[in-house]
Ligand binder design. Structure first.
Ligand SMILES: Cc1cc2nc3c(=O)[nH]c(=O)nc-3n(C[C@H](O)[C@H](O)[C@H](O)COP(=O)(O)OP(=O)(O)OC[C@H]3O[C@@H](n4cnc5c(N)ncnc54)[C@H](O)[C@@H]3O)c2cc1C
Length: 355
């Protein structure tokens, strides 16, 4: 049987937050029928986790109050929440080997900007000792934008265990076409070929990881697409830690990066991605209890491991840069944290580039 033919003005490849918000933005100047989302039916990146009757969504975590995105009509009708409260545990077991720091490395950059402080300790935990000699240029760029710029970075917390982003996209009803196999993208003809359909588009906005996109398009690439993982363990409790708090764990020997209270009875511990499969829940639980001595009836709920959490290096290699030009010339826009391979949060994306 032949494939079904579909023709649209905008095809959004990938069904994550970037695609859903792009859909909302495009609706301003286009009809619902002009926009189609292509979704891989085998993956659900809108993480929703059910535990004991509570449905919550850990990522993306917090919108930024000062951002245009949060102030936009996307968040109309979304419940109000207060900014999160942030605290830090005491700096402990932190004695970095400064002789090992290489010029241009992430560690070198952080020491120059912020000194040898708890940020460096948290950096070493999150990015590992390779940050002493590798640049991790995406992380440097993120630190410049987020923590050193003075644009305002007030993060708004969860409500009923859901990130406000989840509320914002819940009411959207985009046209979605599922596929189980993305066979190829014909950049010249402007067509996406899946197992069931040929989708002809005028503009293709792709949020699938850039190296996969280039592969599907048959375009050369030579950029470094190594990424760091994101790893979480969730715990329930009865009292002792209120909603809307974050504690950064500044003990270099602890595997916990930070704790978030998702609700008054559920917290998530973000753990070093590199200890996945090598740590124990007991160890993490004991450290949570140490960080919050007043917490009661702490119990492990479940874990979540996302191997691709943070892009590490900027896309600067010549073949990939050339391929990006080719995509642009043919109406293909790589978009989002993985789509455009940039360590960005949703409010930082250049939404004007897709309209
Ligand atoms: C620990 C952590 C904390 C974060 N905190 C925040 C925060 O506070 N605020 C914020 O704004 N952001 C935050 N983020 C970032 C945010 O989670 C991401 O920017 C956002 O979820 C990415 O959405 P996306 O739509 O670009 O990508 P995704 O959600 O990954 O969607 C991409 C789509 O592509 C599909 N896909 C992938 N590979 C293929 C393939 N080979 N073929 C076909 N389809 C494919 C996927 O199935 C999916 O549909 C955080 C991220 C992490 C890891």
């Amino acid at each position: 049987m032949g494939k079904k033919q579909v023709k649209v003005k905008y095809c959004l490849l990938g069904y994550g937050y970037a695609s859903l918000i792009a859909y909302h933005k495009l609706l301003k100047n286009n009809d619902h029928d002009d926009i189609l989302i292509l979704r891989d039916e085998r993956v659900d990146p809108i993480f929703t986790i059910d535990h004991d009757g509570v449905s919550f969504s850990p990522l993306p975590i917090f919108p930024v109050q000062e951002s245009e995105l949060y102030q936009s009509d996307l968040f109309e009708g979304v419940p109000e929440q207060n900014p999160i409260t942030v605290s830090f545990s005491d700096l402990a077991n932190f004695d970095p080997d400064l002789q090992a720091v290489k010029k241009g490395s992430l560690a070198d950059f952080m020491i120059e900007k912020q000194g040898v402080d708890r940020n460096l300790c948290l950096g070493l935990k999150q990015w590992g000792p390779t940050m002493l000699h590798r640049s991790f240029s995406q992380v440097q760029s993120k630190i410049n934008r987020h923590y050193i710029s003075n644009k305002g970075n007030t993060r708004v917390g969860y409500i009923n265990g859901k990130s406000l982003f989840k509320y914002a996209v819940e009411h959207l009803r985009p046209e979605v076409l599922n596929f189980s196999d993305l066979q190829r993208i014909d950049v010249e003809q402007r067509e996406v070929h899946t197992d069931g359909h040929t989708v002809a588009y005028e503009h293709l906005i792709s949020t699938i990881p850039l190296h996969h996109l280039l592969g599907h398009c048959g375009l050369p690439q030579d950029h470094d697409h190594e990424s760091a993982a994101a790893y979480f363990k969730f715990f329930t409790y009865t009292e002792g830690f209120e909603e809307n708090k974050i504690i950064y764990d500044c003990d270099l020997n602890s595997e916990i990066l930070r704790l978030f209270s998702v609700s008054d009875s559920l917290l998530m511990a973000q753990i070093r991605g590199d200890v996945y499969g090598q740590t124990t829940t007991e160890k993490i639980q004991a450290r949570v209890q140490e960080l919050i001595p007043e917490i009661k009836d702490l119990q492990f709920a479940r874990e979540l491991f996302s191997p691709m959490g943070y892009p590490l290096e900027l896309v600067e290699a010549p073949q990939s840069v050339q391929s990006l030009e080719t995509l642009k010339a043919h109406g293909v826009i790589p978009f989002g944290r993985f789509g455009n391979w940039e360590y960005s949060d949703l409010h930082e994306l250049d939404w004007t580039s897709i309209i």
